[in-house]
Design a protein around this ligand. Structure first.
Ligand code: FDA
Length: 309
């Protein structure tokens, strides 16, 4: 009960820009996200990826940013991604990028968003780097999938994320499986109403496994994005039952979360990719992580107070 209330509070806070200003402007609070964010600069993110690669893990880099309906801001965000892709290539990192389209002007419409994305996918295609498009809240699902499909039609190696809590997801995955699109499956991180999304943990989990199974059968190299040991065990069992090798899927986890599990999976021969966010705009991302696990708030506060005293 308390956890549900805290989740709602953190999700509400994640959309409050005034709170973001307070957090970003207060030196004490600015240290909060250190556990979940690789740093504020590209250099810090590159160092984090190097360390992950040395431990046998791949990475996907997320340049944190605000959702924007302003074309200049969206173009600036795109420029930061181009710089990130160039660094991945010049440093020979085992990494790709994950992008939120709200940051790329999706609110301005699909055509405008495609124009903002053009330099990113051009750089990625030039260097043979895959581009993952994150999935945001349900009002953006159709437009996000349309952008992915239009970029793919132009020959770019781009893949979406599908959230297992949404009732629509089996139909979306069916289409993606038929076209062998490299898709990440996650449970879903936004507050969605019962008409659109399963509310019970068990239903979200069963849907998660079923969606992963469909993509495994289609040999679409799914990204299994979860820290939930039960999901990992069930999807692993499906793969074994179907004789699907460990090289035909990857497990994906967030930076700073369940590093023990990441390590164990690598030791068992699985591919693991870590989602590495960086940048100054860490506030909404950080709040969504607290919503997923309110106990993190206590963990973060304790380490802040410990460092402060
Ligand atoms: P679940 O919440 O069921 O918890 C299981 C266990 O995992 C917990 O008991 C705890 O041990 C651990 N855990 C989970 N979250 C934790 C946290 N924040 N801190 C510490 N421990 C934690 N969502 C979305 O809507 N769109 C997207 O594009 C993405 N992209 C994405 C990429 C990657 C790589 C990951 C791992 C996740 C996402 N998500 C996402 C988020 C996803 O939808 C979901 O909210 C979280 O992964 C939490 O669900 P789990 O299945 O991981 O664990």
């Amino acid at each position: 009960m308390l956890a549900v209330a805290l989740r709602a509070i953190f999700l509400w806070l994640s959309n409050r820009r005034w709170m973001a200003h307070v957090a970003l402007g207060t030196p004490f609070l600015r240290r909060m996200p250190l556990r979940f964010v690789a740093g504020t600069t590209l250099d810090q993110a590159v160092a984090a990826v190097r360390e992950l690669n040395a431990r046998g893990r791949s990475a996907t880099l997320d340049v944190l940013g605000e959702s924007t309906d302003d074309r200049d801001s969206a173009d600036r965000a795109a420029t930061a991604y181009v710089a990130t892709i160039e660094r991945i290539a010049t440093e020979g990192l085992d990494a790709n990028v994950s992008i939120k389209l709200s940051q790329m002007g999706l609110g301005l419409g699909v055509e405008e968003c495609l124009a903002v994305m053009a330099p990113i996918v051009a750089a990625a295609t030039r260097h043979g780097i895959f581009v993952r498009i994150d999935m945001e809240s349900s009002p953006t699902t159709d437009r996000t999938l349309e952008v992915v499909s239009r970029l793919r039609a132009n020959g770019h190696d781009v893949g979406p994320v599908i959230q297992s809590y949404l009732h629509r997801s089996p139909a979306d995955v069916e289409r993606l499986a038929t076209e062998h699109v490299r898709t990440r499956i996650c449970k879903g991180a936004y507050a969605e109403p019962p008409e659109l999304a399963h509310q019970e943990r068990e239903a979200v989990g069963d849907a998660f496994v079923a969606l992963c199974q469909r993509l495994l059968e289609a040999d679409a190299y799914p990204g299994i994005a979860t820290h939930d040991p039960e999901m990992i065990q069930r999807v692993g069992a499906v793969a074994r039952r179907h004789g699907i090798g460990k090289d035909r899927l990857e497990f994906q986890m967030l930076y700073g979360v369940r590093r023990d599990l990441q390590r164990r999976l690598v030791a068992r021969g699985y591919r693991v990719r870590v989602y590495v966010p960086f940048g100054t705009e860490w506030y909404p991302y950080f709040m969504r992580r607290l919503a997923e696990r309110p106990a993190n708030a206590i963990f973060v506060l304790r380490s802040l107070v410990g460092e402060h005293s």
